[in-house]
Ligand binder design. Structure first.
Ligand code: PLP
Length: 369
Protein backbone atom coordinates (compact mmCIF):
# COMPACT_ATOMS: atom_id res chain seq x y z
CA UNK A 1 0.00 0.00 0.00
CA UNK A 2 1.44 3.36 -0.99
CA UNK A 3 1.62 5.78 1.91
CA UNK A 4 0.04 9.05 0.91
CA UNK A 5 1.74 12.05 2.56
CA UNK A 6 -0.28 13.66 5.35
CA UNK A 7 0.34 17.13 3.94
CA UNK A 8 -1.88 16.37 0.95
CA UNK A 9 -4.94 16.24 3.21
CA UNK A 10 -4.91 19.99 3.49
CA UNK A 11 -4.16 20.72 -0.13
CA UNK A 12 -6.53 22.93 -1.97
CA UNK A 13 -7.27 21.26 -5.30
CA UNK A 14 -8.43 22.98 -8.43
CA UNK A 15 -11.85 21.54 -9.22
CA UNK A 16 -12.45 21.58 -12.95
CA UNK A 17 -15.92 22.30 -14.26
CA UNK A 18 -17.72 19.72 -16.37
CA UNK A 19 -16.74 19.68 -20.02
CA UNK A 20 -19.05 22.09 -21.81
CA UNK A 21 -20.55 19.42 -24.07
CA UNK A 22 -21.39 17.32 -21.00
CA UNK A 23 -23.09 20.20 -19.20
CA UNK A 24 -25.02 21.01 -22.36
CA UNK A 25 -26.23 17.42 -22.71
CA UNK A 26 -27.28 17.24 -19.04
CA UNK A 27 -29.15 20.52 -19.21
CA UNK A 28 -30.78 19.55 -22.51
CA UNK A 29 -29.93 22.94 -24.03
CA UNK A 30 -28.95 23.76 -27.63
CA UNK A 31 -26.27 26.17 -26.60
CA UNK A 32 -24.24 27.18 -23.61
CA UNK A 33 -22.70 30.57 -22.95
CA UNK A 34 -19.50 30.23 -20.96
CA UNK A 35 -18.55 33.42 -19.20
CA UNK A 36 -16.70 31.70 -16.37
CA UNK A 37 -12.98 31.62 -17.19
CA UNK A 38 -12.10 35.00 -18.67
CA UNK A 39 -11.34 33.53 -22.07
CA UNK A 40 -11.42 35.61 -25.23
CA UNK A 41 -15.05 35.55 -26.45
CA UNK A 42 -14.11 36.16 -30.10
CA UNK A 43 -11.87 33.10 -30.26
CA UNK A 44 -8.17 32.68 -31.00
CA UNK A 45 -5.88 34.92 -33.02
CA UNK A 46 -6.33 33.95 -36.70
CA UNK A 47 -2.58 34.22 -37.26
CA UNK A 48 -2.04 31.76 -34.39
CA UNK A 49 -4.57 29.34 -35.88
CA UNK A 50 -2.77 29.53 -39.21
CA UNK A 51 0.57 28.83 -37.57
CA UNK A 52 -0.88 25.81 -35.75
CA UNK A 53 -2.05 24.42 -39.10
CA UNK A 54 1.32 25.04 -40.66
CA UNK A 55 3.26 23.29 -37.88
CA UNK A 56 0.88 20.47 -36.97
CA UNK A 57 2.71 17.89 -39.05
CA UNK A 58 5.86 18.47 -37.00
CA UNK A 59 4.33 17.25 -33.75
CA UNK A 60 6.27 14.00 -33.94
CA UNK A 61 9.34 16.03 -32.93
CA UNK A 62 10.05 17.20 -29.40
CA UNK A 63 9.68 20.96 -29.14
CA UNK A 64 12.62 23.24 -28.50
CA UNK A 65 12.94 23.08 -24.73
CA UNK A 66 14.10 26.66 -24.39
CA UNK A 67 11.39 28.12 -26.67
CA UNK A 68 14.25 29.76 -28.57
CA UNK A 69 12.32 31.61 -31.28
CA UNK A 70 9.52 32.76 -28.99
CA UNK A 71 11.99 33.99 -26.37
CA UNK A 72 13.99 35.86 -29.02
CA UNK A 73 10.84 37.50 -30.34
CA UNK A 74 9.79 38.51 -26.82
CA UNK A 75 13.28 39.77 -26.14
CA UNK A 76 13.21 42.20 -29.06
CA UNK A 77 9.62 43.26 -28.31
CA UNK A 78 10.29 43.97 -24.65
CA UNK A 79 13.90 45.05 -24.83
CA UNK A 80 14.86 42.39 -22.25
CA UNK A 81 17.71 39.88 -22.82
CA UNK A 82 16.59 36.30 -23.43
CA UNK A 83 18.53 35.25 -20.32
CA UNK A 84 15.86 37.05 -18.31
CA UNK A 85 12.89 35.46 -20.11
CA UNK A 86 11.29 32.14 -19.26
CA UNK A 87 8.49 30.62 -21.33
CA UNK A 88 6.17 28.10 -19.70
CA UNK A 89 2.88 26.25 -20.20
CA UNK A 90 0.83 29.15 -18.84
CA UNK A 91 1.74 31.85 -16.36
CA UNK A 92 0.05 29.97 -13.50
CA UNK A 93 2.54 27.14 -13.92
CA UNK A 94 5.42 29.62 -13.96
CA UNK A 95 4.15 31.03 -10.64
CA UNK A 96 4.35 27.49 -9.25
CA UNK A 97 7.87 27.00 -10.58
CA UNK A 98 9.01 30.26 -8.99
CA UNK A 99 7.68 29.18 -5.60
CA UNK A 100 9.05 25.64 -5.97
CA UNK A 101 12.52 26.88 -6.86
CA UNK A 102 12.90 29.67 -4.34
CA UNK A 103 10.88 28.98 -1.20
CA UNK A 104 12.69 27.16 1.60
CA UNK A 105 11.71 25.98 5.06
CA UNK A 106 10.96 29.00 7.22
CA UNK A 107 10.29 31.31 4.26
CA UNK A 108 7.09 33.27 3.85
CA UNK A 109 5.16 34.66 0.92
CA UNK A 110 2.58 37.40 1.06
CA UNK A 111 -0.47 38.06 -1.06
CA UNK A 112 -3.97 39.41 -0.59
CA UNK A 113 -7.32 37.85 0.11
CA UNK A 114 -9.80 37.99 -2.79
CA UNK A 115 -7.17 37.32 -5.41
CA UNK A 116 -6.09 34.65 -7.89
CA UNK A 117 -6.10 31.18 -6.28
CA UNK A 118 -2.94 29.93 -7.91
CA UNK A 119 -0.69 31.79 -5.47
CA UNK A 120 -2.10 29.68 -2.65
CA UNK A 121 -1.79 26.51 -4.71
CA UNK A 122 1.80 27.42 -5.70
CA UNK A 123 2.81 27.89 -2.08
CA UNK A 124 1.25 24.76 -0.67
CA UNK A 125 3.78 22.55 -2.44
CA UNK A 126 6.64 24.40 -0.77
CA UNK A 127 7.78 24.20 2.85
CA UNK A 128 6.99 27.91 3.19
CA UNK A 129 3.98 29.71 4.55
CA UNK A 130 1.57 32.04 2.76
CA UNK A 131 0.25 35.13 4.50
CA UNK A 132 -2.90 36.61 2.98
CA UNK A 133 -3.68 40.13 4.07
CA UNK A 134 -7.28 41.40 3.99
CA UNK A 135 -8.27 43.20 0.82
CA UNK A 136 -8.99 46.93 0.84
CA UNK A 137 -12.01 47.96 -1.20
CA UNK A 138 -11.72 44.56 -2.93
CA UNK A 139 -8.17 45.32 -4.06
CA UNK A 140 -4.61 44.97 -2.79
CA UNK A 141 -3.79 46.83 0.41
CA UNK A 142 -0.14 47.63 -0.30
CA UNK A 143 0.36 49.22 3.12
CA UNK A 144 -0.78 46.03 4.88
CA UNK A 145 1.51 43.96 2.68
CA UNK A 146 4.51 46.16 3.52
CA UNK A 147 3.67 45.82 7.20
CA UNK A 148 3.87 42.02 6.94
CA UNK A 149 7.37 41.96 5.43
CA UNK A 150 10.04 40.41 7.68
CA UNK A 151 13.48 38.90 7.03
CA UNK A 152 11.59 35.63 6.36
CA UNK A 153 9.63 37.07 3.44
CA UNK A 154 10.72 35.59 0.11
CA UNK A 155 7.89 36.33 -2.33
CA UNK A 156 5.02 38.77 -2.77
CA UNK A 157 2.33 37.84 -5.30
CA UNK A 158 0.39 40.71 -6.88
CA UNK A 159 -2.10 40.49 -9.73
CA UNK A 160 -2.68 43.77 -11.55
CA UNK A 161 -5.47 43.98 -12.64
CA UNK A 162 -6.71 41.71 -9.90
CA UNK A 163 -8.75 38.59 -10.58
CA UNK A 164 -11.64 38.22 -9.62
CA UNK A 165 -12.40 41.82 -8.63
CA UNK A 166 -10.94 43.77 -11.58
CA UNK A 167 -9.31 46.35 -9.30
CA UNK A 168 -6.15 48.08 -10.48
CA UNK A 169 -2.98 49.53 -8.95
CA UNK A 170 -1.67 52.69 -10.58
CA UNK A 171 1.91 53.35 -11.62
CA UNK A 172 2.71 55.88 -8.88
CA UNK A 173 1.37 53.86 -5.96
CA UNK A 174 2.95 50.65 -7.18
CA UNK A 175 6.38 52.23 -7.67
CA UNK A 176 6.14 53.75 -4.22
CA UNK A 177 5.40 50.28 -2.86
CA UNK A 178 8.32 48.72 -4.77
CA UNK A 179 10.68 51.35 -3.37
CA UNK A 180 9.81 50.09 0.09
CA UNK A 181 10.12 46.38 -0.62
CA UNK A 182 13.53 45.16 0.58
CA UNK A 183 15.90 43.58 -1.91
CA UNK A 184 15.65 40.08 -0.43
CA UNK A 185 11.99 39.88 -1.48
CA UNK A 186 10.98 38.89 -5.03
CA UNK A 187 7.80 40.59 -6.23
CA UNK A 188 5.83 38.31 -8.58
CA UNK A 189 3.86 40.79 -10.63
CA UNK A 190 1.09 39.06 -12.57
CA UNK A 191 -0.12 41.05 -15.58
CA UNK A 192 -2.39 38.42 -17.15
CA UNK A 193 -4.99 41.09 -18.06
CA UNK A 194 -2.54 43.87 -18.97
CA UNK A 195 -3.83 44.35 -22.53
CA UNK A 196 -7.35 45.15 -21.30
CA UNK A 197 -6.28 47.98 -19.02
CA UNK A 198 -7.83 51.19 -20.32
CA UNK A 199 -5.70 53.71 -18.47
CA UNK A 200 -2.25 54.99 -19.41
CA UNK A 201 -1.42 54.90 -15.73
CA UNK A 202 -0.48 51.21 -15.64
CA UNK A 203 2.80 50.06 -14.07
CA UNK A 204 4.44 48.09 -16.89
CA UNK A 205 6.41 45.05 -15.75
CA UNK A 206 9.11 45.28 -18.43
CA UNK A 207 9.85 48.88 -17.39
CA UNK A 208 9.65 48.32 -13.65
CA UNK A 209 12.19 45.53 -13.64
CA UNK A 210 14.91 47.85 -14.93
CA UNK A 211 14.51 49.92 -11.80
CA UNK A 212 13.55 47.08 -9.46
CA UNK A 213 15.58 43.94 -10.25
CA UNK A 214 13.75 42.05 -7.48
CA UNK A 215 10.66 41.87 -9.72
CA UNK A 216 9.40 39.21 -12.09
CA UNK A 217 6.51 40.05 -14.43
CA UNK A 218 4.15 37.29 -15.57
CA UNK A 219 2.31 37.50 -18.88
CA UNK A 220 0.05 35.10 -20.71
CA UNK A 221 -1.25 34.19 -24.16
CA UNK A 222 -4.45 32.81 -22.60
CA UNK A 223 -6.45 36.03 -22.51
CA UNK A 224 -6.12 38.70 -25.21
CA UNK A 225 -4.55 36.30 -27.76
CA UNK A 226 -7.26 33.69 -27.20
CA UNK A 227 -4.84 30.81 -26.65
CA UNK A 228 -5.98 29.49 -23.24
CA UNK A 229 -6.20 25.96 -24.63
CA UNK A 230 -2.63 26.01 -25.94
CA UNK A 231 -1.11 26.69 -22.49
CA UNK A 232 1.60 29.27 -22.97
CA UNK A 233 2.80 32.23 -20.95
CA UNK A 234 6.08 33.84 -19.96
CA UNK A 235 7.99 35.55 -17.21
CA UNK A 236 10.33 38.54 -17.45
CA UNK A 237 12.89 38.46 -14.65
CA UNK A 238 14.71 41.51 -13.31
CA UNK A 239 17.75 39.34 -12.60
CA UNK A 240 19.12 36.58 -14.78
CA UNK A 241 20.39 34.68 -11.71
CA UNK A 242 16.82 34.32 -10.46
CA UNK A 243 15.67 33.14 -13.87
CA UNK A 244 18.50 30.62 -13.90
CA UNK A 245 17.50 29.32 -10.47
CA UNK A 246 13.87 28.86 -11.52
CA UNK A 247 14.93 27.15 -14.76
CA UNK A 248 16.44 24.37 -12.63
CA UNK A 249 12.98 23.11 -11.62
CA UNK A 250 11.48 23.31 -15.12
CA UNK A 251 10.76 19.90 -16.66
CA UNK A 252 12.12 19.50 -20.19
CA UNK A 253 9.82 20.10 -23.18
CA UNK A 254 7.17 21.84 -21.05
CA UNK A 255 5.85 24.06 -23.84
CA UNK A 256 4.53 22.23 -26.88
CA UNK A 257 5.69 23.02 -30.39
CA UNK A 258 2.21 24.21 -31.39
CA UNK A 259 1.96 26.47 -28.33
CA UNK A 260 5.31 28.07 -29.15
CA UNK A 261 4.42 28.61 -32.80
CA UNK A 262 0.91 29.88 -32.01
CA UNK A 263 2.30 32.36 -29.48
CA UNK A 264 4.96 33.62 -31.87
CA UNK A 265 2.35 34.25 -34.55
CA UNK A 266 -0.10 35.82 -32.09
CA UNK A 267 2.46 38.45 -31.14
CA UNK A 268 2.21 39.73 -34.73
CA UNK A 269 -1.57 39.80 -34.70
CA UNK A 270 -2.06 43.46 -33.84
CA UNK A 271 -5.38 43.58 -35.63
CA UNK A 272 -6.79 40.77 -33.47
CA UNK A 273 -5.54 42.38 -30.26
CA UNK A 274 -7.13 45.67 -31.28
CA UNK A 275 -10.42 43.96 -32.09
CA UNK A 276 -10.40 42.03 -28.79
CA UNK A 277 -9.77 45.22 -26.82
CA UNK A 278 -12.60 46.95 -28.67
CA UNK A 279 -15.09 44.09 -28.09
CA UNK A 280 -14.17 44.19 -24.42
CA UNK A 281 -14.52 47.97 -24.20
CA UNK A 282 -17.97 47.94 -25.80
CA UNK A 283 -19.08 44.95 -23.75
CA UNK A 284 -17.94 46.62 -20.58
CA UNK A 285 -19.89 49.80 -21.34
CA UNK A 286 -23.00 47.78 -22.12
CA UNK A 287 -22.74 45.65 -18.99
CA UNK A 288 -22.08 48.65 -16.74
CA UNK A 289 -25.20 50.31 -18.15
CA UNK A 290 -27.38 47.24 -17.82
CA UNK A 291 -26.16 46.22 -14.37
CA UNK A 292 -26.89 49.75 -13.20
CA UNK A 293 -30.35 49.59 -14.74
CA UNK A 294 -30.97 46.35 -12.80
CA UNK A 295 -29.83 48.08 -9.62
CA UNK A 296 -26.95 45.65 -9.09
CA UNK A 297 -23.77 46.47 -7.27
CA UNK A 298 -20.59 45.80 -9.23
CA UNK A 299 -16.99 46.95 -9.31
CA UNK A 300 -15.48 48.93 -12.18
CA UNK A 301 -13.00 46.65 -13.91
CA UNK A 302 -9.66 46.90 -15.71
CA UNK A 303 -9.91 43.30 -16.92
CA UNK A 304 -12.14 41.30 -19.27
CA UNK A 305 -14.55 40.38 -16.47
CA UNK A 306 -16.80 42.10 -13.93
CA UNK A 307 -17.29 41.28 -10.27
CA UNK A 308 -21.00 41.56 -9.46
CA UNK A 309 -22.55 41.62 -5.99
CA UNK A 310 -26.25 40.78 -6.24
CA UNK A 311 -28.45 41.74 -3.31
CA UNK A 312 -29.80 38.18 -3.35
CA UNK A 313 -27.78 35.06 -2.61
CA UNK A 314 -24.99 34.97 -5.21
CA UNK A 315 -24.71 31.18 -5.30
CA UNK A 316 -28.40 30.98 -6.05
CA UNK A 317 -28.15 33.43 -8.91
CA UNK A 318 -25.14 31.57 -10.35
CA UNK A 319 -27.01 28.26 -10.08
CA UNK A 320 -30.09 29.64 -11.82
CA UNK A 321 -28.02 31.13 -14.61
CA UNK A 322 -26.32 27.76 -15.02
CA UNK A 323 -29.64 25.97 -15.45
CA UNK A 324 -30.38 28.42 -18.24
CA UNK A 325 -27.06 27.59 -19.90
CA UNK A 326 -25.12 30.66 -18.79
CA UNK A 327 -22.00 29.83 -16.82
CA UNK A 328 -20.48 32.50 -14.58
CA UNK A 329 -18.14 31.99 -11.62
CA UNK A 330 -19.32 32.18 -8.03
CA UNK A 331 -16.42 33.78 -6.15
CA UNK A 332 -16.70 31.87 -2.88
CA UNK A 333 -13.34 30.20 -3.46
CA UNK A 334 -11.82 33.68 -3.83
CA UNK A 335 -13.07 34.66 -0.31
CA UNK A 336 -15.94 36.61 -1.86
CA UNK A 337 -19.08 34.46 -1.44
CA UNK A 338 -21.24 37.57 -1.79
CA UNK A 339 -20.57 37.88 -5.50
CA UNK A 340 -19.86 36.32 -8.84
CA UNK A 341 -17.50 37.03 -11.71
CA UNK A 342 -18.78 37.30 -15.25
CA UNK A 343 -16.46 37.38 -18.24
CA UNK A 344 -17.27 40.16 -20.69
CA UNK A 345 -18.55 38.31 -23.74
CA UNK A 346 -19.60 39.11 -27.28
CA UNK A 347 -22.51 41.49 -27.80
CA UNK A 348 -24.92 38.58 -28.09
CA UNK A 349 -23.55 36.73 -25.06
CA UNK A 350 -23.75 39.86 -22.93
CA UNK A 351 -27.35 40.45 -24.02
CA UNK A 352 -28.32 36.86 -23.20
CA UNK A 353 -26.62 37.12 -19.81
CA UNK A 354 -28.47 40.33 -18.92
CA UNK A 355 -31.81 39.05 -20.21
CA UNK A 356 -31.58 35.90 -18.11
CA UNK A 357 -30.23 37.72 -15.08
CA UNK A 358 -33.13 40.16 -15.26
CA UNK A 359 -35.65 37.32 -15.42
CA UNK A 360 -34.04 35.52 -12.49
CA UNK A 361 -33.91 38.64 -10.33
CA UNK A 362 -37.49 39.50 -11.28
CA UNK A 363 -38.80 36.08 -10.32
CA UNK A 364 -36.76 36.00 -7.10
CA UNK A 365 -38.00 39.37 -5.93
CA UNK A 366 -41.63 38.52 -6.80
CA UNK A 367 -41.23 35.20 -4.95
CA UNK A 368 -40.16 37.04 -1.85
CA UNK A 369 -43.33 39.19 -1.76
C1 PLP B 1 -4.40 36.76 -12.52
C2 PLP B 1 -4.20 35.60 -13.41
N1 PLP B 1 -2.97 35.15 -13.66
C3 PLP B 1 -2.75 34.09 -14.46
C4 PLP B 1 -3.80 33.42 -15.04
C5 PLP B 1 -3.55 32.14 -15.76
O1 PLP B 1 -2.98 32.29 -16.92
P1 PLP B 1 -2.39 31.04 -17.71
O2 PLP B 1 -3.51 30.52 -18.54
O3 PLP B 1 -1.30 31.69 -18.49
O4 PLP B 1 -1.86 30.04 -16.74
C6 PLP B 1 -5.10 33.84 -14.84
C7 PLP B 1 -6.20 33.08 -15.45
O5 PLP B 1 -7.32 33.13 -15.12
C8 PLP B 1 -5.30 34.94 -13.98
O6 PLP B 1 -6.53 35.34 -13.71
Amino acid sequence: MIKIPQKLRHYEVYVPGKPLEEAQRELGLDKIIKLASNENPIGASPLAIKAIGKWVEKVYLYPDSGSYYLSSRLSSLMGIPTEQILVGPGSAVIAKWIAAALVEEGDEAITSEKTFLIYKIAMQETPGKLIRVPAKDYGYDLGRILAEITPRTKLIFIANPNNPTGTHLKDGEFREFLRRVPEHVLVVYDEAYREYVDTEDHPKGEELLREFPNLVALRTFSKIYGLAGMRVGYALFGEREVREAVWKVVPPFSVTLLAQKAAEAALDDEEFVKKSVEVNRRGKEYLYRELERLGLKFLPTQGNFIFVIPSLNARNVVEKLFRRGIIVRHTKAFDAPEGFRVTIGTEEQNREFIKNLEEILGSQSSNSH
